[in-house]
Design a protein. Sequence first.
Length: 154
Amino acid sequence: MSDDAIKTAAEALEASALPRKVDVHTTDPADLDGLPATMSAKPVDQKSPAEWAYQRLVLYIKKFEEHLDAEHEVAMGMTGGDVGVMRIEGMGFFDPDILTFYGSDMSGARTQLIQHVSQLNVMLRALPKAPEEETARRIGFRLSEEMERDTGEA
């Protein structure tokens, strides 16, 4: 059924500025349960590609962590060569188009990935928590809290 409703210019402009997200799953969905107010407060066309990619990745990481047990943490597998897996310990962006991931590799070596938004390709993985850690770290929740505090102003 098509939507043949007539929209005002303001309604059409508003609809074009709202982010759209679609996911289809064969198992339990990892739905993002709507966007936080901080993501909707600033129109998408006023965000840099880096800021907008960062905000969406934070949501995906947080939702991924919600499905992990107490013995696992989020990590990301990297593509392009044999670079392995990075345990995500931090994430940021540098306007207008750079994302950076901070963490450690499987040997414990300090690791940082700097990536242009046009090359963004992240695979989230569940890894057992580090044996020396009492509880699994949840970077997605920390990133989400920081994003809620940040108004986007420098």
